[in-house]
Design a protein around this ligand. Sequence first.
Ligand SMILES: Cc1ncc(COP(=O)(O)O)c(C=O)c1O
Length: 385
Amino acid sequence: MPLKVSSRGSIPPFIVMDVMQAAAEREAAAKAVYHMEVGQPGTPAPQGVLDAAKQAIDDNRLGYTVALGIPELRAAIADHYVSSYGVHIDPSRIAVTTGSSGGFVLSFLSAFDAGDRVAMAAPGYPCYRNILSAFGIEPVSILTEAEHRYQPTPELLEKAAREHGAIDGLIVASPSNPTGTMIDAAGMAELCTYCSDNGIRLISDEIYHGITYGDQAVSALEYDDNAVVINSFSKYFSMTGWRLGWMVVPEDLIRAVECLAQNLFISAPTLSQIAGVAAFDCRPELEANVAKYAANRSLLLEQLPKAGFNRLAPADGAFYVYADVTELTNDSLSFCRRILNETGVAITPGVDFDPDRGNRYVRFSFAESHEEIAGAATALIDWSS
Ligand SMILES: Cc1ncc(COP(=O)(O)O)c(C=O)c1O
């Protein structure tokens, strides 16, 4: 008799990880790869974090911590909101998580019931949609355009509600993955007001804060104390594999988040929590990383058009360029596979971020070293000519 397999688990892959696998296979066959597929800093964790981790291995038992995280880290995160945004948050509202990915699980489960509708921009980070689906929550794609910097607006939310029914939640990301585009202060204020007037739970993924090339990103917490904010040490703090993130949780969700965290994760990795406290004292090193991303961004904005990629989203922040490749292909998956095979440049097809229109887009990540990005640009230009 065949055994039951849950339909909840049959969610689409995170295609970035599939491209990473194809790139690894190419490397294993001793072929060169220029990594532009994953949004992962090419730099290690900052020195202060490495030192603190070494010390913690010598000094600490590294047992479990309490579910919401060690007090030193929660206090350091609360201080970060005062120094970066002028917002005072009680440390009791900070939950330390296993990357922002853990924060999605905790926020979706604490805020929404199966059958609820949660809206998000397309193109957008694919795991929002896929995690929601696994929980039986309906993801509602808001098809955004370049004219709105690929970000949702109250008008687009109204339209989504007319087409799909009442919306229970909205996820925003500014800067966004895959476009790098941002919501400005006025836009964030408007969205916060619209959400609170309409009973929509706002979840703001602020993982790319700190990596911006003009204006600083605004936090939803500057406009709405009830927003759920999700952040991470993975990007600005260059600590992807440490699996450390945090949430700022509104009062009405704190106990639910705590109980879920106790049952699902027990605690975020202890070594990472202890070392993570030092991350906030490593600003000069982290700002130097941002300067490297800025140089990579300038290089790509100049070089990509020479390889035929000339319709590029305005990358206000993060480390991505999202390119409209309508004139080159209508099958971005095969197109990316061909580019990897013929040039060694690993990039991600837009279908990961926008199931409806992504066949006409690709995403370049420029988080690796300048040499790698420059090599990739040259390889693409040679390939296209
Ligand atoms: C927008 C966005 N949110 C969340 C994540 C997940 O990050 P982590 O779980 O490493 O914090 C990513 C990773 O690329 C991302 O791009």
